[in-house]
Design a protein around this ligand. Structure first.
Ligand code: ADP
Length: 220
C-alpha cells in the first residue's frame, strides 16, 4: 500500500505540473491514496497486536492434532473448489511446545495459499500435508500443492512483507509466518517447480519432556 500511495501521489504531481488534470480525476486519485493509507494502517495495527502479545504463550501440543484441526477449518471450501486433500500424518506422536493459535495461524495461511494456487489450475487440484519426525530433535511438516508453482523471480521475495501477486493480497502471511516460526526456534522454507506446484516446509523443535519428573520441562 505504501508503494501504491507513492505511485498515485507521483502521478497526481505529474498531472498538476503539466496542467493536465480535472477535478474528477484528482478526486479519484485522492480517494485511492486515502484508501491505501487506511489499508497500511490496518496492516500495522494487526502487526502491533501480534507482537504486543507478551509474554509468549507456550503449551505442549501434538502437531498432527493441529493439522487435523486446520483441515477442518477449510473442509467446506476445499470441497467447493474440488480440491483433493492427501493427509500423510506420522503414526507416532509429534509433540511440540508452541503457541497453538500462532502455529495454527501459520498452517492455515500455508493451506489457504495452496488453495488460492490450486484455484488457478483447471484440474488435478491436490493438496498434500505430510508430518514426520526430522533428525533427532525436530518435527517436520510439508504442505504441497499441484498449483502453478512460483516463478523463479518471485522466490526470493516470498517472505518479504507486502510481497503479493494477488489482486487483493496483503503480502503479510508468509512474512508473519516466518517471524512466528523463527520465534519458536524453527525454520520455514519454500520450494517450487514452476508449472509443477509448490511445497512449503516447516521445522519445529520437538518437545522433549522428562516423563519421571513431576513437572515436565521443555527443551526447545
Ligand atoms: P498473500 O497471500 O496476501 O499474497 P503471502 O505472504 O501469504 O501473502 O504470500 C505471498 C505470495 O507468495 C503470494 O501472493 C503468492 O504469489 C506466493 N505464494 C504463496 N504460496 C504460494 C503457493 N502455494 N503457490 C504459488 N504461489 C504462492
Amino acid at each position: 500500500p505504501l508503494s501504491a500511495i507513492v505511485n498515485f501521489a507521483r502521478g497526481a504531481m505529474r498531472r498538476v505540473r503539466s496542467d493536465n488534470f480535472d477535478n474528477q480525476t484528482m478526486l479519484e486519485v485522492l480517494e485511492q491514496i486515502s484508501l491505501q493509507a487506511e489499508r497500511a494502517g490496518e496492516i500495522i495495527r494487526r502487526l502491533r497486536n501480534l507482537v504486543a502479545r507478551q509474554p509468549p504463550v507456550r503449551s505442549s501440543v501434538e502437531i498432527n492434532d493441529m493439522v487435523r484441526e486446520v483441515c477442518s477449518f477449510v473442509e467446506y471450501d476445499m470441497r467447493k473448489l474440488g480440491i483433493e486433500i492427501h493427509l500423510d500424518l506420522s503414526p507416532e506422536a509429534l509433540p511440540v511446545r508452541v503457541d497453538l493459535v500462532q502455529i495454527e495461524q501459520v498452517l492455515l495461511n500455508l493451506v489457504r495459499n495452496a488453495m488460492d494456487a490450486l484455484e488457478r489450475v483447471p484440474e488435478q487440484r491436490v493438496l498434500s500435508i505430510h508430518t514426520s519426525a526430522w533428525g533427532e530433535d525436530s518435527v517436520r511438516v510439508t504442505i504441497s500443492d499441484t498449483g502453478p508453482g512460483i516463478p523463479e523471480s518471485d522466490m526470493r521475495h516470498l517472505f518479504e512483507p507486502f510481497f503479493s501477486t494477488k489482486a487483493s493480497g496483503m503480502g503479510m502471511g508468509l512474512a508473519i509466518s516466518k517471524t512466528i516460526i523463527e520465534d519458536h526456534g524453527g525454520h520455514i522454507a519454500a520450494e517450487s517447480i514452476p508449472g509443477g506446484g509448490s511445497q512449503f516446509t516447516l521445522l519445529l523443535p520437538t518437545y522433549m519432556y522428562e516423563t519421571n519428573s513431576e513437572q515436565a520441562s521443555g527443551v526447545c
